[in-house]
Design a binder for this molecule. Structure first.
Ligand code: ATP
Ligand code: MG
Length: 589
């Protein structure tokens, strides 16, 4: 029953509705069972004494009224039972999404987005179908089977026994084929997941695909999983193709038996003609649960396969969570950051990213991190913000060991503009106010001015209400970066980190933004990661990372005196600037 652990609370919550739906369903079933009896009464009545047109009319009216009642009640049980299924679907979907969001960044490195989407579509559908029709068919099977069998026995025991003699064959088919269906359906879902993942990747990478003229190659890459999906589906159809027709065959045989033996019994007067016809109808009803059993087995197999797959995701624990020794009283941070003897590698077999790295930055100061690409600058920040877990006792904020600080406090106080910026396809305003939805227009204006993006936004047709991304305006790299900076500035956090967040901005604009930052963040800690020395030279402290260690540390002036990596980079950039200035001049004259 562990498989159902996720949905039982929701079923319990909706217990009354389900019960009510089932009661209505039972009434419909009973009404349905009465109709053949009325027909039997009418047919056997015809020709007997005292049976008039009025009796026929009454029989007809009774059938009509029962049909009306059934229509009405069918509407309501559907409303209740299918409604419950949809509400469980919604709750489960929400829970699934909540869970996904709680998982660590690293989880999403391991799994494919398309696959996760498949869970939310195909699998949730299969689960909903199971809930929606599981109850209905369950009740139908039990009630109709027992009742129609009772009516049949009541008409004639011998005939009943003969007509259901083939039943065990149905059970055998269900047992043998049901397992296979389950297995093959799991395979279908797996291939669907792979296909979705591939398509999702190709579409999100469409720019690269086009830039490298890889359309054909991408199509080919999709063709394999698409073919797998078809193959697995065909393999499933093969089983289902045997499953349903073999039911029909057995039903046909039963009908034949009733026709021959029942007809004979009616001819010799063992049963009346009305009973013979009613018997046929009851057999028809009795057969429905037999078909339904096949269907419900199918639903059950699919639903549980999907539930198991979903449960696997639910079992994923967030790697990054508050530790047992977290101190929930820490709700504010000042912004003094200390790294002590940090040694880190992503995985045991991988290279050492940091080896005994120690440095600190006082609250309210600006720290710059410089180093070759791939030296670990972003990693350092990911450890500080606990996107990845650092080793214990290696990072301290305001003297608190980082694991003592509740994640909520950490995330609220340390705001980062990441290297790969993501903007939602919402309005400019919604993107900027992401972490502070109630910000006033003045505040929004101020931060966009500080981030030097106000004029750009004013030029958009709908200003701050312009929709970005898929549904709207496409921004340049520099515009994206500056909107992301405005978004971060709005939070006015104790610690602000810009991870290469000025790389796509020209040097003049960069200078203006940096000047504003100095003004705005006088009392607050700011960390700037950059490749351009122009971005970092005014920092209170600059650290240069090289070969997993801090190679140099100091102010711009001090580092130039040291004459190491920093000075080297600085001189090269100066030279580059001179050359490009000369080029501009030459081409201008
Ligand atoms: P850049 O200046 O290009 O942004 P960086 O200094 O920010 O580079 P990092 O992104 O921190 O460099 O990466 C440091 C090293 O860690 C790289 O060799 C990278 O391949 C590796 N790395 C980064 N993220 C992961 C990860 N999730 N798992 C394993 N290795 C990783
Ligand atoms: Mg980086």
């Amino acid at each position: 029953m562990k498989t159902f652990a996720k949905i039982t609370p929701y079923i319990k919550q909706n217990f009354r509705k389900i019960l009510f739906g089932i009661v209505l369903l039972i009434i419909v079933d009973i009404a349905q069972l009465i109709i053949p009896k009325i027909i039997q009464y009418a047919i056997d009545g015809i020709g007997t004494e005292g049976f008039t047109k009025t009796n026929l009319f009454y029989a007809g009216a009774a059938i009509f009224l029962i049909a009306c009642l059934m229509t009405l009640l069918r509407f309501f049980w559907r409303l209740f039972l299918l409604g419950v299924a949809w509400s469980v679907d919604r709750n489960l979907r929400q829970e699934y999404f909540d869970h996904l969001i709680s998982l660590s960044a690293n989880f999403f490195n391991k799994v494919k987005t398309g696959g996760l989407m498949a869970y939310a579509t195909n699998d949730l559908n299969a689960i909903r179908m199971l809930i929606a029709f599981g109850f209905v068919i369950g009740v139908d099977i039990i009630l109709i089977t027992i009742a129609s069998l009772a009516f049949m026995i009541n008409i004639n025991l011998r005939l009943t026994l003969i007509s259901i003699i083939l039943l065990p064959a149905l059970t055998i088919i269900i047992i043998i084929l049901g397992k296979k269906i389950h297995l093959r359906f799991s395979k279908v879902q797996k291939t669907f997941e792979a296909l979705s993942a591939k398509v999702q990747e190709s579409i999100s990478g469409i720019r690269v695909v086009k830039a490298f003229v890889q359309e054909e190659a991408e199509l080919e890459k999709i063709s394999d999983p698409a073919y797998d999906y078809v193959r697995e589906n065909i393999s499933l159809i093969r089983i289902q193709g045997i499953f349903h027709p073999s039911f029909m065959l057995i039903i046909g045989l039963s009908m034949m038996i009733v026709m021959v033996f029942g007809g004979e019994a009616a001819m010799v007067g063992e049963i009346s003609i009305g009973e013979f016809i009613a018997f046929f109808q009851y057999l028809g009803m009795f057969v429905w649960p037999m078909i339904a059993v096949g269907w419900v087995v199918n639903l059950y197999q699919r639903g549980t396969a999907s539930l198991k797959r979903l449960n696997k995701i639910f079992e994923e624990k967030p790697e990054i969570a508050n530790e047992a020794w977290v101190d929930y009283f820490i709700s504010k941070l000042n912004g003094k950051i200390e790294f002590k003897d940090l040694t880190f590698q992503y995985n045991e077999k991988g290279p050492l990213i940091f080896e005994n790295v120690s440095f600190d930055i006082e609250a309210g100061k600006t720290l710059a991190i410089v180093g070759r690409t791939g030296c670990g600058k972003s990693t350092l920040i990911d450890l500080l913000t606990r996107v990845y877990n650092p080793p214990k006792n290696s990072i301290f904020i305001d003297k608190h060991e980082i694991f003592k600080i509740p994640l909520k406090t950490l995330r609220e106080n340390i705001i980062m503009v990441p290297q790969d910026i993501f903007l939602f396809s919402q309005t400019v305003k919604e993107n900027i106010t992401l972490a502070k939805p109630d910000a006033s227009s003045e505040e929004i204006e101020d931060v966009t001015k500080s981030a030097q993006v106000y004029d750009d936004i004013a030029d958009f047709r709908e200003g701050f209400d312009t929709v970005l991304g898929e549904r709207g305006v496409t921004l340049s790299g520099g515009q994206k970066q500056r909107i992301a900076i405005a978004r971060a500035l709005l939070t006015d956090s104790k610690v602000l980190i810009l991870d290469d967040a000025l790389s796509a901005v020209d040097t003049k604009t960069e200078k203006l933004i940096l000047e504003n930052l100095i003004k705005l963040r006088k009392e607050k800690t700011t960390v700037i990661i950059a490749h351009r020395i122009s971005s970092v030279q005014r920092a209170d402290k600059i650290i240069v990372i090289d070969k997993a260690r801090i190679a140099e540390e100091g102010t711009h002036k001090q580092l130039l005196k040291v004459g190491g990596i920093y000075k080297d980079i600085y001189e090269k950039q100066q030279l580059e600037e001179k050359i490009s200035a000369r080029k501009n001049k030459d081409s201008g004259s």
